[in-house]
Design a binder for this molecule. Sequence first.
Ligand code: ZN
Length: 603
Amino acid sequence: MGGDRVSEQQRWDLESLYAGGSHSPAFRNFLDDLETNVTSFSMVLQNTPGAMQSPDMGLKAVILTMQDLSKRLREAGAFVSCLTAQNVHDAEAKTLQTRVNRIRSTLKSALALLDERLQQAGESSIQALFDDPELAPLAFTIEERIERSKRRLPAEQERLIARLSADGYIAWGELYDTIVGRMAAEIEMEGRRETVSMGQLSNRMTQAAQRDRDRLFDVWESSWAREADLCADALNHLAGFRLQVYEARGWHSVLEEPLEMNRMSRETLEAMWDAVARNQERLLPYFAAKARLLGVEKLSFVDVDAPLEASAHRRAISYEEARQFIVEQFAAFSPEMAAFADSCFERRWIEAEDRPGKRPGGFCTSFPVHGESRIFVTFSGTPGNVATLAHEIGHAYHQHVMRDLPYLATQYAMNVAETASTFAEAIVSDAAIRAASGDGERLELLNDKLQRAAAMLMNIHARFLFETRFYEERKRGYVPAERLNQLMVGAQQEAYRGSLRRYHPHFWASKLHFYITGTPFYNFPYTFGYLFSSGIHAMAAAEGRTFSRRYVELLRDTGRMRVEDLAQKHIGADLTKPDFWQSAIDFALRDLDVFVQLADKRV
Ligand SMILES: [Zn+2]
């Protein structure tokens, strides 16, 4: 009876945005207009300067048009990703996706022409842009575009590189996806043989009973070993392409591009990793206690991510309870954030229903034209689901506090993108630990939390160490699979402080992140976001309610400042010095002793 209403409450409302789902006439009109405008914008940029009255006026109009088109493109992309996520079999949605991708690439090539023009503009024309009240709020973005294009080759050469990338650089990343997609492994579980994909095997391995995990880890390693030569080819050529481009641009470090994308300095990165390396030992008592709970002498690489087997048959948390819990916990930090979270449920901005045909995972996406967000999760009543909900609402809150800013001033990088989400998730996870009904549940929740710390401070660090060393060797020539294994184990031993009984040599093959061409060094921004958020949480805990105002101001600046300036301005922290990072790590590990004590009581 109440079932329909309950499930309706858990389905998001897309109708109020564009009625009719993937057949929405309103959305089709929106897309038609966007495509027409992007095409003519691109033509204007190719044909002018004749079409412009004066260079300054022209540039201003171009920038404002670009802002408008980017904003609408984001809206279109958001709607399509909601459609494809809610029903993976929606063929019409996939057609729309292709169309949005096409518009995006047209706009992208138009933007390259804009950069060229910005670069050619004299100093006085640029100054005139900054003096214009409409463009002044975009000064950071404009300046950044100019700086970035100055550090690149002449436009014609960059265009050639972009064209060659499609069948070179990017193609190597795609080849990797093909290799992984056709991989399968034979496993035997409880007397039954089955063939599984690598994604399935990874899940089985983590969730397996302790006695099966080592056996599955063998299958996992040997599966990757069989494809190691192909993966090594993909990785070497992808890296080789990247290094050639960097050399042509006169960039001497492979970190130039990722640091530029994340708007951070090398000093900050080094200060962060130094603090991390100095504190890794502190996780070892947690590993030892977890090993005792799992009944092994020492943890293996895959045991680190394993759940404790203590999980009792806990009652599922209802969606309504999750809502109340999240709102209540946010309220202790900021009534405004709590009210916002409540309105996300009330206005049905969240797709949470547990039903087949949905995409796995969670995300939050913004509709800047409507000034709204939508959240996608699959809620089945676990504490992890509640944490994920809080995480995604954290993203939505970030978008919410920026909603009145010009669109181009709201584009934040990967390293700060996870600040608000991680912070929101931590508020709720910590409260769940305090509210745990018994030691068993508390241990499990603390394990989730410390596991995350180990991932951020050790696993990601190992990836970073591996990747920097690999690139150094790649400069001198091809690095064969055997050598990649050595580099990987060396990096893991260093980051895990030699504490594991078994490492994962083929991790460079099994981890997709090394093959992402859109974002090089898809690792350190994670640790940055995690620790940045933890440092902010430490300050919030010390300062109390008044902190929430400063927090909102910080979030509002995430799209228009470099991270060092952001931290200095809003929390008085110098990211290039160890203090901030140390306090962030201290706060992240503050429950470690409790875990060890509870574990000892249990064994
Ligand atoms: Zn997130």
